[in-house]
Design a protein around this ligand. Structure first.
Ligand SMILES: Nc1nc2c(c(=O)[nH]1)N[C@H]1C(S)=C(S)[C@@H](COP(=O)(O)OP(=O)(O)OC[C@H]3O[C@@H](n4cnc5c(=O)[nH]c(N)nc54)[C@H](O)[C@@H]3O)O[C@H]1N2
Ligand SMILES: Nc1nc2c(c(=O)[nH]1)N[C@H]1C(S)=C(S)[C@@H](COP(=O)(O)OP(=O)(O)OC[C@H]3O[C@@H](n4cnc5c(=O)[nH]c(N)nc54)[C@H](O)[C@@H]3O)O[C@H]1N2
Ligand code: SF4
Ligand SMILES: [Mo]
Length: 731
């Protein structure tokens, strides 16, 4: 245990974060919970197992009801992401089932722009007629579907669109991690490695905060790293909440992480301190990068990043001294998931830097999780529709983007010219979050057909002609979810509550019935129960067994540490150079690429970031979570204290925030916890839908301040390529 771990932990034990983290190291089992609530447990019933739907981690838990109402949830000890603890959002979001703002009936927009309830039959018939008419006139490729991948969502949306003949199924990737994953794929032929932080000697985080952008198992790993004396470095324009478990804060100017990586790589190559064997045996193109790196010394990077040259040099040397038990963590969203013009190239460089450390696959280095998946289903009723002949729209225009996620915003931008005519959204608030909301609204509103399937009225629903009400996640069984980890698992989202609103329908029914109406019902001649059972039988389990077990582990597939020597690229090597990148207009190996915009005098770069108690746009309407926002003024923007003083702005002042696209008024939090060229706007606020009675009008929405634009080659939304000014209201 490192020296300061003791003092920090005793401090932490008093804080909410500490309570969660400490609980995480020895999870609170049901027996302990029952004892603590002994006098209330009269009619408490195990209602079944489910998966949280408050974020993409989909943590597993067992649900308990009292008199049919959800009473408590106990996180699975063996779920790779949950690791025994749910986060505050997991508990808070469960109340969505009972939200007064739930959608209860299918809706159609009338000529006055107001929604009216219609029957399911009418909704299916009208939507199907429009789908068929669009296919008849323009072909199936003029239909697109955008979804946030969830177990049943991923299965049914793809099946439905492919049955119609369209390849255009998009995720939320453009505004999450698509650029990062695409850059990594260019270097490694794979994305999504895991830094083994709990066992590492040194880990560097580039704008990834486990204690803000929460996944419980990651928080636990970081706590362990800290206790084990790992040297944890947070490179972030903000002193984020993961600093509780870190040793150093390295404030950096947003959008400049690529310069930092290039300079650290320069130091290793110049000093000849890199893993020669690994580079010689398992990589190609090193010489090209080594030559390119010559110009990127720490003094050069210091000018760009604002980090002293000595610090860059020291960090590079320390990473090498700790190697191979060191790595740069892969990041997720804010810094280079989709943020800047250089996001994809930053991710590519990051992988190449880790390659110099020789850390791949080793304990304390960076590994790819073990995985499990369902086998092929033999019963012909599950046979998939033929794969569409054409590629997803955007693959040609953004050639190094990950086609599995797709450039949804580009596809939407083809609506005005008539190349895309119909759009369906499933569990996606695209309009509020994927790029500039006003522009996205106009695109969607101009479509010949637009449908949103959601649980509450959102900005995306408002832009559509039809809105279909899904059940809440607690009221439906879904396709089993296979999750990778050190021990991979399969886990079940099941019905743990009776339907709260009788006229809502679960996702599997909606797509199966809509398929029937569209004339492609032959691909949906099974229930989700039958599908789940058939999938589980391919891995030696069954629906009945998983209903009991909740999360089923595959211990025989447990991860074994071993140097990774074979990669997913064509020649199975790590690629320091990429032909695809070169064709897309980038250098063969990563070099410096400036962000699109750089602040001048009086301007700031607007950065976003998660808060531990909210998810994207979907939890702001949960009263218990919004209560916390209001109590602590969490919707405020952050401004550097010295800059604020120079501008005569005080903590709590009302300020006007303006960019080229939007102006809004909010309060300011003046703090030393942010570097001077950045303004931080928390990601979860600014809901503009009056029907969300709790969320409406609180705070500002980050994406309003960002113009509609797309990262060249990689297709990301460039969510932080915008400049803002700040003015005290009344000044
Ligand atoms: N509480 C909560 N947890 C979540 C989610 C959620 O919505 N809420 N969503 C989940 C999902 S889908 C995702 S993608 C992840 C996101 O997880 P993260 O990527 O960790 O999320 P962010 O908070 O957006 O960004 C992390 C940090 O990057 C910093 N940053 C911003 N710009 C830069 C930059 O240019 N360089 C550097 N070095 N740092 C920068 C921000 O200040 C912030 O502290 O979180 C997951 N977990
Ligand atoms: N403003 C803003 N924009 C963002 C982010 C942010 O934090 N703020 N985060 C970015 C990131 S990292 C990501 S991953 C993406 C995420 O983008 P999305 O995946 O679109 O996430 P949300 O914005 O939370 O919207 C989720 C939608 O699903 C709905 N929903 C919830 N439960 C159900 C259900 O059971 N069934 C159905 N049918 N719908 C349901 C919610 O009501 C909400 O409208 O957004 C990105 N853009
Ligand atoms: S991290 Fe929190 S919100 Fe996300 S799935 Fe797990 S418990 Fe739910
Ligand atoms: Mo995300």
């Amino acid at each position: 245990m490192s020296e300061h771990a003791i003092t920090r932990r005793s401090f932490l034990a008093k804080s909410a974060l500490g309570a969660a983290a400490v609980a995480g190291s020895g999870y609170i089992g049901f027996e302990a919970w029952k004892q603590a609530h002994a006098d209330e447990t009269g009619s408490l019933q195990r209602a079944g197992h489910s998966l949280c739907n408050s974020c993409s981690s989909k943590c597993g838990f067992t649900a308990y009801t009292r008199d049919g109402r959800l009473s408590t949830m106990i996180g699975d000890p063996d779920h790779p992401y949950c690791d025994g603890t749910l986060c505050a959002r997991g508990y808070g979001y469960a109340s969505i089932a009972y939200s007064e703002d739930r959608l209860t009936d299918p809706l159609k927009k009338n000529d006055a722009g107001e929604f009216e309830a219609i029957s399911w039959d009418q909704a299916y018939a009208e939507i199907a007629e429009k789908i068929q008419s669009i296919i008849g006139s323009d072909g199936p490729q003029s239909l697109i579907l955008i979804n946030d991948p969830r177990p049943s969502g991923s299965y049914y949306t793809k099946r439905f669109m492919n049955a119609l003949g369209s390849a255009n199924v998009y995720t939320h990737g453009v505004s999450c991690n698509m650029s990062k994953n695409s850059g990594m794929t260019q270097a490694l032929g794979a994305a999504d490695f895991t830094s083994d932080v709990a066992n590492a000697k040194m880990v560097m985080f580039l704008g990834r905060s486990y204690c803000d952008g929460i996944r419980p198992s990651s928080v636990h790993a970081l706590q362990k790293a800290h206790e084990n004396g790992c040297h944890v470095v947070m490179v972030d324009p903000r002193y984020n909440n993961s600093m509780h478990f870190a040793d150093e804060w390295i404030p950096i100017r947003p959008g400049t992480d690529l310069a930092l990586i290039l300079a650290m790589a320069h130091v290793l190559v110049k000093n000849d301190t890199y893993d020669h064997d690994y580079v010689a045996n398992y990589t190609v193109g090193f010489e090209d990068w080594a030559a390119r790196l010559e110009e990127y010394d720490p003094a050069w990077a210091s000018e760009i990043t604002g980090i002293p040259a000595e610090t860059i040099e020291r960090l590079a040397n320390e990473m090498w001294e700790a190697a191979p038990q060191s790595s740069i963590e892969q990041g997720w969203r804010a810094a280079f998931g989709c943020a800047h013009q250089n996001s994809g190239e930053t991710a590519r460089a990051l992988c190449l830097f880790n390659t110099l450390l020789g850390c791949w696959g080793l304990e304390g280095g960076a590994y790819f999780p073990a995985s499990a998946s369902a086998g092929k289903l033999e019963d012909p009723k599950f046979a998939a529709p033929a794969a569409p002949k054409e590629k997803i729209i955007g693959a040609a225009e953004y050639p190094v983007s990950s086609s599995g996620m797709g450039v949804s915003t580009y596809a939407l931008s083809l609506i005005p010219e008539g190349k895309v005519k119909g759009v369906i959204f499933y569990q996606s608030n695209c309009v509020a979050g994927y790029s500039n909301p006003a522009q996205l609204h106009d695109f969607v509103a101009g479509a010949e057909l637009s449908v949103a399937i959601d649980v509450q009225m959102t900005e995306t629903c408002q832009a559509c002609q039809y809105v279909l009400p899904d059940t809440s996640y607690l009221e439906r069984l879904e396709v089993p979810e296979f999750v990778g980890g050190t021990v991979p698992v399969v886990s079940l989202r099941d019905r743990v509550l009776e339907k709260v609103h009788p006229n809502t329908k679960p996702v599997d029914e909606i797509f199966s019935e809509l398929a029937e109406a569209c004339g492609v019902g032959e691909y949906f001649q099974f229930t989700v129960d039958e599908l789940a059972d058939a999938q589980l039988k391919t891995v030696g389990c069954s629906l009945e067994e998983l209903r009991e077990e909740g999360t089923h582990t595959f211990p025989e597939k447990q991860l074994k540490y071993a140097l990774k020597t074979s990669w997913g690229t064509t020649d199975k090597k790590v690629h320091f150079t990429s032909e695809a990148c070169e064709k897309a207009g980038f250098p063969a190996s990563p070099g410096w690429l400036e962000p699109k915009v750089t602040p001048g005098s009086g301007e700031f770069r607007l950065i976003g970031g998660k808060q531990a108690i909210h998810t994207h746009t979907q939890t702001a309407n949960i009263p218990a979570l919004m209560e916390i926002t209001k109590k602590y003024g969490l919707e405020r923007i952050w401004m550097n204290a010295q800059v604020a003083e120079e501008m005569g702005i005080k903590d709590g002042d009302e300020v006007e925030l303006s960019s080229e696209t939007h102006t809004g008024v909010t309060r300011v939090h003046v703090t030393n916890r942010i570097e001077p060229t950045s303004i931080y706007l928390p990601s979860h606020y600014g809901c503009s839908v009056e029907d969300q009675h709790t969320a409406y009008g609180v705070g500002l929405r980050q994406m309003d301040f960002v113009p509609f634009h797309i990262e060249p080659g990689y297709g990301g939304t460039m969510s932080q390529e915008t400049l803002v000014t700040v003015k005290k209201v009344g000044a």
